[in-house]
Design a protein around this ligand. Structure first.
Ligand code: GTP
Ligand code: MG
Length: 219
C-alpha cells in the first residue's frame, strides 16, 4: 500500500481499538468508517485499520483507527499497536461482565505501552441487548470517572452513539495535541523556519489516503 499523506488534512491521528474478543471492536469500526455491520463477523487476526476524515472546527482530521485482535493468540507485537497512537477506544460488552473485569488488564497495557497523555474513551457496547445486561451504565461511568476516561454506551448493531464515541475520542486527542502544540510554539526559538501551513503529526508508522470525507478499510 503506497499511500501518502493527504494534503487536505490538517492533522493525522492514530487511535487504537482494544478490549476482549467479541466485544464488537471490529463492528464499531466498520460502522464508523463504512456504516457496515455484520452479525457473523470473524475474530480479527493481527491488526486491521480504517480511515475517516472528520472536521473539528476549521480543521480536517484524518483519523486512522487500528483494530486489534482481542484474542491473545491472534495478537502480534503489542508495542507496535501503540507506537504513535494518540488515543484508544477501550471496549467491553455490557452483556458479559468478564469483559468489564478485564478492563483493569487493558488499562495496565495502555499505561505500559501508550503515551502518558493518550486520550482514552471507555465504551460499553451492545446496548441493544438490554435484557441480557450484566454491567450497569453507572458502573461503566463510575469506572471511567475514576480513571479519567471519556465514557459512552453504544450499539454497533443499531448504530447508537457509535459516531459520538469516536468523535468524543478524536476531539479529546485534538485538544491534547493543540495544547501540546501551543506549549511547543511558546518554547520555540523565533528563528526556526515556519512550516508550510499545515501541522502534520505522528507520521511515523502512519500512511493516509487521498480522500476527503470518505473512508477506507484495508484488509
Ligand atoms: P475480536 O476481533 O475477536 O477481538 O472481536 P471484536 O471485538 O472485533 O468483535 P466483533 O466486532 O467481531 O463482534 C463479535 C460479535 O458481536 C459478532 O457476532 C457481532 O455481530 C456482535 N456484535 C458486535 N457489536 C454488536 C452490537 O452492538 N450488538 C449486538 N447485538 N451484537 C454485536
Ligand atoms: Mg475484531
Amino acid at each position: 500500500m503506497a499511500d501518502s499523506f493527504d494534503d487536505e488534512c490538517d492533522y493525522l491521528f492514530k487511535a487504537i481499538l482494544i478490549g476482549d474478543s467479541a466485544v464488537g471492536k471490529s463492528n464499531l469500526l466498520t460502522r464508523f468508517a463504512k456504516d457496515h455491520f455484520r452479525l457473523d463477523s470473524k475474530p480479527t487476526i493481527g491488526v486491521e485499520f480504517a480511515y475517516r476524515n472528520i472536521k473539528i472546527g476549521d480543521k480536517i482530521i484524518k483519523a486512522q483507527i487500528w483494530d486489534t485482535a482481542g484474542q491473545e493468540r491472534f495478537r502480534a507485537i503489542t508495542s507496535s499497536y501503540y507506537r504513535g497512537a494518540r488515543g484508544a477506544l477501550l471496549v467491553y460488552d455490557i452483556t458479559r461482565r468478564q469483559t468489564f473485569n478485564s478492563l483493569a488488564k487493558w488499562l495496565k497495557e495502555i499505561r505500559e505501552f501508550g503515551d502518558s497523555d493518550m486520550a482514552i474513551a471507555l465504551v460499553g457496547n451492545k446496548t441493544d441487548l438490554g435484557h441480557a445486561r450484566e454491567v450497569s451504565e453507572e458502573e461503566g461511568r463510575s469506572l471511567a470517572e475514576n480513571e479519567g476516561l471519556c465514557f459512552m454506551e453504544t450499539s454497533a448493531l443499531e448504530n447508537l452513539n457509535v459516531e459520538e464515541a469516536f468523535l468524543q475520542l478524536i476531539t479529546r486527542i485534538h485538544k491534547v495535541t493543540s495544547k501540546k502544540n501551543l506549549e511547543a510554539k511558546a518554547n520555540q526559538v523565533k528563528t526556526s523556519t515556519p512550516s508550510a501551513g499545515n501541522s502534520i503529526l505522528h507520521l511515523d508508522e502512519v500512511s493516509a489516503t487521498k480522500q476527503t470525507g470518505g473512508c477506507r478499510c484495508s484488509r
